[in-house]
Design a protein around this ligand. Structure first.
Ligand code: PEP
Length: 251
């Protein structure tokens, strides 16, 4: 089953207007001749969505956000609704990132409700799962990711509106990367869980990204694995040369 590779940059809480416009412009120029089998997405903080959208005008690079609320509008101070993201030009939203699960105590049930709301608003969702170091060392990587997938994916999920990101928490921003074989083992397990959850036709088409210290030096090997359909990239997505180099390794 051939699945288009998706290379997504998660800018996290980084960037001011001037430098984000430059970064977005550089990325859009660098990927002018994007391979037909590769898609590129950048997910800046909320304050930069409009600036980045403008900087990406005329390019194939897509825009996404890093979180959303479950409601369309209302009394939720400090929150952003999926409809606002759609209105700002977003195509995707990242949900359930481990930093949100930790910093904001987001549960699988909340991630699922957010995903439902985002899909209803016409967004595609990237749902993040991944085990901590303690869980990995206890041999629980499969069990933890399985529970997260089953609890976080809404029934509305299809291969067209949902992407999974497997991000081992111990590999995020640490410089430690899962070996391609270890990452592939979890990705293959996630695909099996997706078959149970969504059926074979959807599961075989749904993309599963790897995230956790992906960089130009390790991207090619990771992206060559059968069930690794792209990357969710933090640190390296903030440098246009590194992000571009990763995109170029995707086949
Ligand atoms: C992330 O947080 O999504 C991520 C993968 O970060 P990094 O690439 O910096 O490990």
């Amino acid at each position: 089953m051939s699945r288009k590779k998706l290379i997504a940059g998660n800018w996290k809480m980084n960037g001011l207007i001037a430098d984000s416009a430059t970064l977005a412009k550089e990325i859009s120029l660098n990927v002018k001749n994007l391979k037909p089998n590769t898609e590129v997405l950048v997910c800046p903080p909320f304050t930069l969505l409009t600036t980045v959208k403008k900087a990406l005008r005329g390019s194939k690079v897509m825009l996404g956000a890093q979180d959303c609320h479950i409601e369309e509008k209302g009394a939720h101070t400090g929150d952003i609704s999926p409809y606002m993201l759609k209105d700002a030009g977003c195509e995707y939203v990242i949900l359930g990132h481990s930093e949100r699960r930790t910093d904001h105590k987001e549960t699988n049930a909340l991630v699922k409700a957010k995903a439902q709301a985002a899909i209803k608003a016409g967004l595609k969702v990237i749902i993040c799962v991944g085990e901590t170091l303690t869980e990995r060392e206890a041999g629980k990587a499969f069990e933890v990711t399985e529970k997260q997938i089953k609890g976080s994916l809404p029934n509305e999920s299809t291969a067209a509106n949902t992407v999974i990101a497997y991000e081992p928490v111990w590999a995020i921003g640490t410089g430690k990367t899962a070996t391609p074989a270890d990452a592939e083992a979890v990705h293959a397990h996630i695909r099996k869980v997706l078959v149970q959850k969504c059926g074979k036709a959807i599961a075989s088409r749904m993309r599963i990204l790897y995230g956790g210290s992906m960089k130009p030096a390790n991207a090619a090997e990771l992206l060559a694995q059968e069930n690794i359909d792209g990357g969710l990239i933090g640190g390296a997505s903030l440098k246009s040369a590194d992000f571009t180099a990763i995109i170029e390794t995707a086949k």
